[in-house]
Design a protein around this ligand. Structure first.
Ligand code: DGT
Ligand code: MG
Length: 408
């Protein structure tokens, strides 16, 4: 081994929020294997195991080199016996039998296919699987009563399981920006989720909306959604007031302005202008570049081919009728009061594991409670204010990690 290699390894910190985790890294063979086991654990009601596999994968993603032998893992955190067995097998044989068995198992493939339906979670999928329903087509034939979300999920199954490109995310961004500026001039929208972390594709597009005059954002979601519906952009939407369920271990009663936090789960109808070249740049567009955001993604000028879609409608749904003129895209909208914007931005940029690690760090290392709304200091018994993500990291005693480093 190289001199100093072990020392370097000993310095890898154990919380993902203490490290930079880039999108592209050196250990994809190992992390792909661990991710399958994580996914399987999550699908079979084994959250604890799922998190353990996710943490191990995230650790490997943050390493600056490729792991080629077990000796390189000495002293690294987050790697339990099970993970080490998996890694050892992959390093020695190229594959791990447990991973391959899982990948090919009927239960895993069925649960994946069923949870691939918008509106279907792991519990529902598992119940259906036990009834012999293994595919979306099975479900359709079963005559089960489905809620509105699940009906839309089945109807647009193929579209919603095809990755959303950055160009499509930007096109949706321009529509949302138009909607927002029509109903509330001065409101600001920011691209969040995986695309803010630099991903080229996503399963959905996430936006955060706010207004510099606190209070103006109240009731904004309903107006935005009405405008989008009137323009025929929405195939499905469900707007919820914030239920504040996320911080189970948080202070029992949040301040009353929390009630204003609104969220809309939607499915957009996005024109694909098949064969037409669309210019992405709008000089007046400022979405994804928020004044609070000191690390904006430069909106570079480029021209893109908007996909030409092959209609491969597996379940023979109405998708064939709109062949190539539009596609369905999952879009999440969140409205936040200005004073909570930084917390919302940090909380909705992800990744899910990075968020989980931030909250775990806050509780266990700092006796604080972090949510997408606030940071509460249990020792001082008070909420701490912050006007940027950098300030929140500083309050948590962490070095700042930019969005592109949060791909844990
Ligand atoms: P994707 O869409 O699969 O490409 O990847 P992400 O990272 O955009 O994942 P997504 O869209 O499920 O969620 C975006 C981030 O928003 C996620 O990393 C954590 C956060 N998030 C999602 N759902 C909730 C929620 O119900 N409450 C809170 N506070 N945050 C959420
Ligand atoms: Mg997303």
């Amino acid at each position: 081994a190289e001199p100093g290699a072990e020392l370097q390894v000993a310095l890898v910190p154990s919380y993902a929020c203490q490290r930079h985790t880039p999108l592209l890294h050196h250990n994809t063979v190992l992390t792909d294997a661990l991710s399958i086991l994580a996914e399987n654990a999550e699908l079979t009601d084994n959250e604890g195991r799922g998190v353990a596999f996710r943490r191990a994968a995230a650790l490997l993603k943050s390493l600056p080199h490729e792991i080629r032998g077990m000796e390189q893992l000495k002293g690294l955190p987050c790697l339990g016996d099970h993970c080490l067995r998996v890694i050892k097998e992959v390093l020695e044989d190229g594959t791990c039998s447990e991973v391959e068995t899982t990948r090919q198992s009927g239960q895993f493939t069925a649960l994946k296919a069923l949870t691939g339906i918008f509106g279907v979670g792991a519990k529902t999928a598992d119940r259906w699987f036990r009834e012999g329903i293994h595919t979306p087509s099975d479900l359709q034939r079963s005559g089960h009563t489905l809620n509105r979300a699940q009906q839309a999920g089945l109807q647009y199954y193929d579209d919603l399981n095809r990755p959303v490109t950055k160009a499509e995310a930007d096109a949706i961004g321009r529509i949302v920006e138009r909607a927002v500026s029509e109903v509330l001039p001065g409101a600001e929208i920011t691209l969040i989720g995986g695309f803010r972390r630099g991903k080229n594709t996503g399963h959905d597009v996430d936006f955060l909306i706010t207004h510099p005059d606190e209070g103006k954002e109240e009731g904004l979601m309903v107006k935005v959604v009405s405008w989008l519906e009137a323009q025929d952009f929405l195939l499905y939407q469900k707007t919820t007031r914030n239920s504040y369920l996320e911080s189970k271990d948080g202070p029992a009663r949040p301040p009353s302005n929390m009630d204003r936090f609104e969220r809309c789960f939607s499915i957009f109808r996005l024109s694909t202008h098949n064969g037409v070249r669309m210019t992405e740049t709008d000089p007046h567009s400022h979405f994804s570049v928020h004044p609070h955001d000191s690390h904006p993604t430069p909106q570079t000028c480029r021209t893109v081919d908007v996909l030409s879609r092959e209609d491969s409608s597996e379940i023979g749904q109405p998708q064939s009728s709109h062949s190539q003129s539009w596609r369905a895209v999952r879009v999440d909208l969140v409205v936040s009061p200005y004073s909570q914007f930084s917390f919302a931005l940090l909380g909705w940029t992800g990744s899910k594991l990075f968020e989980r690690e931030l909250r775990r760090w806050a509780v266990h290392e700092k006796a604080m409670t972090l949510s997408s709304h606030t940071l509460y200091d249990s020792k001082q018994r008070q909420y701490l204010r912050a006007n940027s993500e950098e300030e929140i990291f500083a309050l948590l005693g962490l070095e700042y990690v930019p969005p592109c480093g949060r791909n844990a």
